[in-house]
Design a protein around this ligand. Structure first.
Ligand SMILES: [Zn+2]
Length: 256
């Protein structure tokens, strides 16, 4: 059976000189692995140019055992200029790796595809800074994957805004300083005191409609805290190392 679809290449592994396996987030089949080889319409130059995080239109052949083979493939957007900037390329790789870790096999795949494609576009076009996109992508992708923190109000007194609000990464909740004195938090949780603009940004990222997701700004000092919080929250909830994140942090040129 042939399936016509579109998808982003999240990762690839080489098998032979003229054959490799692609992990693809497809619009119609969800997250799949597909074999591609130099054959027929897939010439060597096309074969070599296909790599993450490219977005392609493709015909997939699927056999009874549900093994996919790429039959034809055509570029929609290969985000080629990202390759001229190692920092951005590493960050794009991280977005792909995080997506691969979070996306369910088939359901609501378009939500992830839309978030990933928009983030890659803004990164390549330099519409928003890498650090901004990293923070937004981390928190939003976690939120659509069942890890949405509850940032409405203090979990004890239900105040929306208090002088000092702490974020509890392990529980994904807020607690104000008054309540924290009376209600000790879990021993292994690490409360993070949030600056007001950072809390507002976090609320914006998780509750805002997708169309306006990237339409806010934050000064560099708050952006730095936001990125630290979203990254720490991601690592706490997923309990997983991301090689591409390590690489991005080694390469990034922004102020540490
Ligand atoms: Zn409180």
């Amino acid at each position: 059976m042939i399936i016509k679809t579109q998808g982003v290449i999240l990762s690839q592994r080489s098998y032979q000189d003229n054959e490799k396996y692609l992990t693809i987030l497809t619009k119609d089949c969800g997250l799949i692995e597909a074999r591609i080889r130099v054959f027929g319409q897939i010439k060597r130059t096309i074969f070599q140019s296909i790599c993450p995080p490219g977005y392609y239109k493709m015909d997939l052949f699927v056999n009874k055992q549900m093994y996919y083979t790429v039959d034809t493939i055509e570029k929609i957007e290969d985000f080629f200029t990202l390759r001229y900037d190692v920092e951005k390329l590493a960050l794009a790789g991280y977005f792909c790796e995080l997506t691969q870790a979070l996306v369910p096999a088939k359901e609501h795949v378009w939500v992830y595809l839309r978030l990933l494609l928009n983030t890659l576009y803004l990164l390549e076009q330099e519409k928003r800074s890498p650090l901004f996109l990293k923070a937004v992508f981390e928190l939003r992708s976690l939120s659509i994957s069942g890890f949405m923190p509850n940032l409405v109000c203090c979990r004890e007194c239900c105040e929306y805004e208090q002088k000092q609000m702490y974020f509890l990464p392990l529980e994904g909740e807020l607690i104000c300083s008054d309540c924290m004195r009376e209600h000790p938090v879990q021993r292994n949780d690490l409360p993070i005191l949030l600056n007001k603009p950072v809390l507002s940004a976090m609320r914006y990222i998780i509750y805002k409609d997708f169309d306006k997701l990237f339409d806010f700004s934050l000064s560099p000092v708050y952006l730095k805290q936001l990125s630290q919080v979203t990254e720490y929250y991601m690592l706490t909830r997923l309990e997983k190392e991301f090689n591409s994140l390590v690489m991005y942090k080694q390469l990034k040129t922004e102020e540490p």
